[in-house]
Design a protein around this ligand. Sequence first.
Ligand code: PHE
Length: 441
Amino acid sequence: MKHRAQWASRLGFILAAAGSAVGLGSIWKFPYVAAKNGGGVFLLLYIALSLTLGFVLMIAEILMGTLSRSSPVGAYREMGGRGWTWAGYMGVICGFLILSFYSVVGGWTIAYFVKTIDGHIIIPNSTQLELIFTTFVSSPVAPIVYHAIFIAFTALVVIAGVQKGIEQVSKYLMSSLLLLMFILIGRCITLDGAFDGVATFLQLDFEKVTMSSLLDAMGLAFFSLSIGMGAMMTYGSYVPRETSIVRSAISVISLTVGISLLAGIMVFSAIFAFGFNPGQGPGLTFVTMPAIFSQMQGGQFFGVLFFLLLFFAALTSAVSLLEVVVYFFMDEYHLPRPLITIIMTILMFILGCAASLSFGPWKSYTFFGKTIFDCLDYVTSNIMMPVGCLATSLVVGYAAFNRIKIYLVGINRFSILMVCFKWVCRIIAPVMIVVVLIQNL
Ligand code: PHE
């Protein structure tokens, strides 16, 4: 009998899974990618993809975990056969690689939280803010110290285990995140001119939509739902048998899509109220938002809340990435949780240092024209995660379909869902993902 951790409650599982999904992807990446792609239509695409492909793949991943009760490697082995274990290993490696650069940005959120408290970045001049940002990220020491702090927090939560660590922390942080989000939205949409921002964000501008917006929307949907690398499989393996996976997945997807939308509305209303350019790109969060806070009444207070929110969101996602790697070693090699967490954290910290230095002293080390940070991001989000989603849909659609069918019929009796599920996994998802992959290469 294997040692099996379980979630203490269904709510605990939903909040942990939503904690994994809601992260820098929803709050930092989503608003600027949506802006780049013309707002409204991109938003519709993102929502449509999350509710269809994302929904099916999330159920598929969670089910693979729940039915096999194993880490991604064991789950693929059991559900798909030995020929599919490579997909599990790829997920574990993907988790390792994502966390190494994700925790660098996680460190930035702590740094900006501190900088907002000491008032250092509450200045209205965006050129100067840009300079502060580039000087900070390119310096060889400070971002690495914050990266270490961020990854240490992540490790502490994972060492504490599934119920006492991940579940408890997700409950507190996700509830606080929702609360902070509502306070900030309330502040942002009551600014003069905010409604123009919201209107622009929601405007349907079909001309800006291209094939590449579709690709962006799909990549972002996978990344922001945490599917394609085994995080949902790992969390799914701790789900007690009697929990309804379909209902839980509906809650997780609604929370994630809802929070991304709210983040978009919050950022856009603030940007338009102060006449900034939303097409700023990745600097939107770290450059434009502080400039906005500096012009807002009570801005320092709201700025502190904003970076705290970003930190909470990033931490619960980072925890799920580390858990994939740690649980793989526990499940396959029976290594103790604390030991393997410490070893992996140190290795990820080292790789993360390289990613962080690639903004400064190591900027010139490039592969295919990309810095180390960009390479890690590109390889994981644009190659490994789509391939992982492809593997999941094929395993669930063909090899494991009968097992999954029995489970879904037995628990949910949703027969229409079953038909959709089958054809999305067998044909629609694989075809769409292959098209995206080919376009990306
Ligand atoms: N979904 C997280 C985010 O949006 C990132 C993530 C990807 C987390 C894959 C876990 C697994 O920030």
